[in-house]
Design a protein around this ligand. Structure first.
Ligand SMILES: *Cc1c(COP(=O)(O)O)cnc(C)c1O
Length: 243
């Protein structure tokens, strides 16, 4: 390895260790087993070389939020034992590309997208795990600005995913809202997501994934029962600009 590669590997290793320690401490505080929480490293804006270094450090779950960036990166890392998560807002015309590499899509929020993912997955001979992205900045009505289905529409959308060929219903996801009653209260937001997840499992017992928590609020997410935390900047560094 070149000097700079070794330096980057050491930096990523140190960051990973810090994040691992935070997750472990949060699990202890919450009385949860460490293995009940999966770290998903969000590699958006960082190159495939970083993904490769992370894989060498034991990372197995990675996430991306834009297909234009994710598709070539996943391609460049096809030899690595990685599970790919798609966590960004998704246009229906990108569904076919995304299902080629994504094992999980965390941002399913409307019937049209379910239809597009389903036909794409069928055509590609894939079975894609779908998480419903819940918009907690509105309890009813259409999706919020950052995407997501309103809590009162989760049940209906879940039934559509469960009935869609090529897809399976894996769980729910949220991003701590910037507006509405949960603004600045990630803990309360993630507790609400936990309630929604529990209600969902009454009809869909296999939908056990609860994707919540990012670099700034992973402790609140673990306390509220998240099974998957999506961590970008705390592992890879602060991204230039708002992505
Ligand atoms: C970028 C991103 C993350 C990671 O955010 P950090 O604050 O960098 O940890 C998590 N989830 C989604 C949906 C993202 O787009």
């Amino acid at each position: 390895m070149s000097g700079s590669t070794t330096g980057r590997a050491a930096e990523l290793a140190a960051n990973l260790a810090r994040v691992e320690e935070r997750i472990t401490r949060a699990c202890v505080t919450a009385g949860r087993a460490r293995e009940d929480v999966t770290l998903v490293v969000v590699t958006k804006t960082y190159p495939a070389d970083d993904v490769r270094l992370l894989a060498g450090l034991g990372v197995r779950q990675v996430a991306e939020n834009r297909d234009q960036e994710a598709a070539p990166k996943a391609d460049a890392c096809a030899d690595l034992p990685l599970t790919w998560h798609f966590v960004g807002q998704l246009q229906t015309n990108k569904a076919r590309s995304v299902v080629r590499y994504a094992d999980f899509v965390h941002s399913v929020d409307r019937p049209r997208l379910v239809g597009a993912l389903s036909s794409a997955a069928e055509r590609e001979g894939r079975r894609v795990g779908c998480l419903l992205q819940v918009a907690l900045d509105r309890e009813t009505g259409a999706a919020g600005r950052r995407g997501g289905v309103a809590p009162d529409a989760v049940g209906e959308l879940a039934d559509e995913v469960a009935a869609a060929p090529g897809l399976w219903l894996a769980g729910v996801m949220t991003v701590a809202p910037l507006s509405g009653p949960y603004a600045g209260k990630p803990g309360a937001a993630f507790e609400r997501l936990g309630e929604i997840a529990t209600a969902l499992r009454a009809n869909h017992p296999a939908a056990t994934m609860v994707s919540a928590g990012m670099s700034a609020d992973l402790e609140e997410a673990v306390a509220a029962g998240a099974t998957h935390v999506r961590i970008g900047s705390a592992v890879l560094g602060v991204r230039p600009g708002l992505r």
